[in-house]
Design a protein around this ligand. Sequence first.
Ligand SMILES: Cc1ncc(COP(=O)(O)O)c(C=O)c1O
Length: 388
Amino acid sequence: MRYTRELFGVAESPMVRIATAAEAMPGAIKLCYGESDLPTPAFIGEAADQAVKAGHTCYTHTAGTPELREAIAAKVHQLHGVTYRPPEIMATVGASMAIYAAIRAFVGHGDNAVIISPTYAIFANGVTMAGGEARLVPLAREGPRFQLDLDRVRGAIDAGTRMLIVNSPSNPTGWMISVAEQQALVELAERHDLVVLADEVYERLVYGDAAPPAAPSFARVAANRERLIVANSFSKTYNMTGWRLGWAQASEATIKVMYKAVEFMTSNPSAMVQQAGIVALRDGESYLADLRAHYARQRAAVIATLSNLPGVSLPEVQGAFYAFPRIAGLTDSAAFCTELLRETGLAIAPGAGFGDGGEGYVRMCFAASEATVGEALTRLSNWLTRRE
Ligand SMILES: Cc1ncc(COP(=O)(O)O)c(C=O)c1O
């Protein structure tokens, strides 16, 4: 068949291949996806139920109801001290739709976008689907941490560059961008007439003794709103992955362009889901505090085990819910994960699936019960020790 060049260029995810194999395997543990094993909390489900009964079953404005946009603006202000007006916010079908609409608004044929990697494949594939060129610039690994390699970012920018894309806290690395690094990217955007697309879907999942309620947002440092689009989501914060609700923050003009495009793709997120989102934002803080404490315990277990395994080097997990260890001598992470699954029944994701800089690493999601994470760590460490 003659598929379009843009869609033909979209790579099949190695994660999907591993997950499909795991699903056919009784007793397999699936930590290859970016998702918690916990259900959405009951108070959010009840809010959706009530919303249906109250008649929230029709189309809404493509960019979401005024109430939801206001609730998002209030949360952004509460967390970051930055004021967005509702017309500068748009509710979307997951952060995924916000990301795609943002890319479509700025990147077309002949353009390119510079993407900080390793990262979730949505960005490179979104750019490819928009007809542009994805330029992946790997983070530098400095001892226990990743950090931005600004010289390489500068070197990747040329006259065709329209967008800088960065996800922090990061899937898969757990890296959290510093404010100084944010400032440096914003300055580059100003100098080269670019837009920063900042994916902050893991902003509420940060760890450490003095962890703030949210990771630093680009919204705090980008004085010129024309140069910034923030994508965010309810998926990870409130365990609402299946509900498909996210949002974008940008200038009013950019939001208008984005929702014009979305009008003819998904249109608005479901009306009752938007109502549930308002309740999640309003009442979700104590649930979120417990969730963070739960993830922090699993993170500690993962660090304790992986830091002591020979040949394994684990970068600091500053945020999100992934461990991204490098395995000494590993040159084919897809083959490694396939073999690990076949021999132990543990499914984790190959680092190669996250683009440049990912090969040699594997990603394990620790947003699972203590028993599941514990069993996964036992399987992985026994297998790695046997291979020594
Ligand atoms: C970095 C990142 N951005 C966006 C998404 C998609 O989020 P949503 O479920 O809101 O579409 C994911 C999901 O795994 C992610 O890891």
